[in-house]
Write a new protein. Structure first.
Length: 61
């Protein structure tokens, strides 16, 4: 893959997978129009929490 294809894939994942849950969480917390960077970091935290929960479930904690 070339550099353009790599950046397209990263941009796609950030815009379609990471940012929307972060934006939803911030909206639920009372921010009607969260910024993109806040949504990105909140989305990363959201997915980290989901991975932790799945990991804990698999290990039977």
């Amino acid at each position: 893959m070339g550099d353009d294809e790599d950046w397209y894939l990263i941009k796609f994942v950030v815009e379609r997978v990471i940012t929307p849950p972060g934006q939803w969480v911030l909206e639920q917390l009372g921010d009607p129009r969260p910024t993109e960077i806040a949504s990105l970091f909140t989305g990363l935290a959201f997915w980290a929490f989901v991975v932790f929960l799945v990991f804990a479930l698999v290990l039977g904690w």
